[in-house]
Design a protein around this ligand. Structure first.
Ligand code: DC
Length: 221
């Protein structure tokens, strides 16, 4: 049985950085499930599928050939053979992805794919419902959080590195609004698993947090 570590939490809490580094250190597969929902959103926009049409979105999610390949900065994402690694991070996709991720048919398709991946390899799985829905039996579940201000600062720095300047306050409001959508939805809302360990990342550097995570992994191995 492959080992699975789940990292859930809101946007900008530091999940991606931690999950990526942890997977690298352990030599395990890194599964970025947010990228999967982003890929479906991108494909819907690319093909003119109505974001409000749950049936059409479900059909699209089931038929899309998604590939998450190891890349220099996390996973490289391909949909039907097209590299969409950068396209899925656009503001247009980010603005629509919460609505797409709230569609039960889309989630069913993604969850099935995520479990398939989890059967094949030791995994660090990052998302919103990894510990609660997708891998409820994972031996280590971590809920990663940070205060909204810190999360907005991190997102702004990330966007600045990509050449996009943004208003941090506006970003903070967007993050809080997206959290409300992700935690308030009916299907697989964002919340910690009852047996999750909590990791608050405010003011902590990556190496310290990674040390803590590696310690926890040591306990389950
Ligand atoms: O982590 P991210 O920002 O790339 O996630 C994109 C969106 O997908 C976000 O609105 C939450 C949603 N998501 C989800 O509903 N379930 C997951 N397992 C991962 C992401």
């Amino acid at each position: 049985m492959p080992l699975i570590v789940t990292l859930d939490g809101p946007a900008g809490a530091g999940k991606s950085t931690l999950a990526r580094h942890l997977a690298q250190q352990l030599g395990w597969t890194y599964l970025d499930t947010g990228a999967m929902y982003r890929a479906v959103t991108w494909a819907a926009m690319d093909r003119g599928v109505d974001i409000g049409d749950a049936t059409a979105l479900g059909a699209l999610a089931r038929s899309l050939r998604l590939a998450l390949l190891p890349g220099p900065d996390g996973a490289r994402v391909e949909a039907d053979g097209r590299d969409i690694t950068e396209a899925i991070r656009s503001a247009a996709v980010t603005g629509r992805v919460s609505a797409v991720a709230a569609v039960a048919e889309v989630r069913d398709a993604m969850v099935a794919e995520q479990r398939r991946i989890g059967e094949a390899a030791d995994l660090v799985a990052e998302g919103r419902d990894m510990g609660t829905v997708v891998f409820p039996d994972a031996p280590l579940k971590v809920y990663v959080t940070a205060s909204p201000g810190v999360r907005a600062e991190r997102r702004a720095a990330e966007l600045a590195r990509a050449g996009r300047m943004v208003d941090v306050r506006a970003l903070e409001q967007e993050l809080v609004a997206r959290d409300a959508l992700d935690s308030g939805r009916e299907v697989a809302p964002l919340r910690p698993a009852s047996d999750a360990r909590h990791l608050l990342t405010d003011g902590e550097d990556v190496q310290t947090l990674l040390g803590k995570l590696l310690g926890w992994v040591g306990e389950i191995r």
